[in-house]
Design a protein around this ligand. Structure first.
Ligand SMILES: [Mn+2]
Length: 290
């Protein structure tokens, strides 16, 4: 058990955000997957660990319930939102793209959840970290478009992984990214190159208004973005910082920065919790009156 005197609201020397009290509640988007003929709402364990151990948050999985989720009430109770990666692709219907190749995995329940959830989270000033599909969803949610098969585009590299490789090779260092001057990543990681993993077929085509390019691959594919007008940390990356983050200083720094932003949000929520309670009470009365 940690002693009371060990409380820390800062980033620890190992780059992991830690706090014994007031841990921020961080929503984690789930996919809807059919297992044994039943829908399950799932998120990879490494995203959960990235939130709990990397960002120092209390992970809260958000089911892919689409319009049956009360987004405003949900967002009001969160201190941060992690939009996860997934084997499924955003349906091109959401950005006016060509129909996907036969056999492409889609997740309409997730699309129906994450796209409005991202917009609600940003409108509420919630800290946000998008990973892989999460970066693509952020771009689509704000009006951008995607390439569905980057490796087939002239001048673009193959950003995919090899299924035949062991998992640690699949998630191993794949290509450098160039961190651009003046952005959030430049402040956290410095300007210049860092090597990242790469497990994606898709990529950003037209960047949404309201996003800025934070990092690019050698083929100029956008590998990281931030939300220009966001009051808090709002960054998305095409790579997977959650994979092996304990051994990767840049990933630890990124997750810790997200955690610090979420903790700032949590302390703000704690200060205004009296107002929240009053709102809850009036909502309860309204429901009781029906
Ligand atoms: Mn890549």
């Amino acid at each position: 058990m940690r002693m009371a005197g060990s409380h820390s609201d800062t980033v620890a020397s190992d780059g992991v955000a830690t706090s014994d009290s007031g841990r921020p509640v961080v929503g984690i988007t789930a996919c809807c997957r059919w297992l044994s003929d039943m829908p399950y709402h799932v998120a990879g364990g490494r995203y959960v660990r990235a939130v709990s151990d990397g960002a120092g948050g209390v992970p809260l999985l958000i089911p892919a319930l689409g319009r049956d989720l009360d987004l405003d009430r949900l967002v009001a109770r969160l201190d941060g939102l992690l939009v996860t990666g997934s084997p499924s692709n955003v349906s091109p219907d959401h950005y006016g793209g060509e129909p996907s190749e036969p056999g492409t995995l889609h997740d309409p329940d997730r699309d129906a959840t994450t796209l409005p959830l991202i917009r609600a989270a940003l409108a509420a000033g919630l800290p946000l970290l998008g990973i892989c599909r999460g970066l693509q969803e952020l771009n689509v949610a704000l009006g951008g478009t995607l390439h569905q098969r980057v490796h087939e585009l002239p001048g673009k590299h193959d950003h995919r992984w090899n299924e035949a490789d062991p998992i640690d090779v699949q998630y191993g260092p794949a290509h450098p990214v160039r961190i651009l001057e003046g952005g959030v990543l430049a402040r956290l990681l410095g300007v210049g190159e860092t090597v990242v993993n790469s497990l994606h077929w898709q990529g950003i085509d037209r960047l949404a208004a309201g996003l800025r390019v934070e990092a690019q691959a050698p083929d100029d594919l956008i590998e990281a973005v931030s939300v220009t007008a966001a009051p808090a940390f709002a960054v998305a990356v095409q790579w997977h910082p959650e994979w092996g983050f304990r051994e990767n200083p840049a990933s630890r720094t990124l997750l810790a920065a997200f955690g610090v932003a979420a903790r700032t949000r949590a302390s703000h929520r704690a200060r205004t919790s009296g107002q929240d309670a009053a709102t809850d009470q009036s909502l309860g009365q309204r429901q009781g009156d029906r």
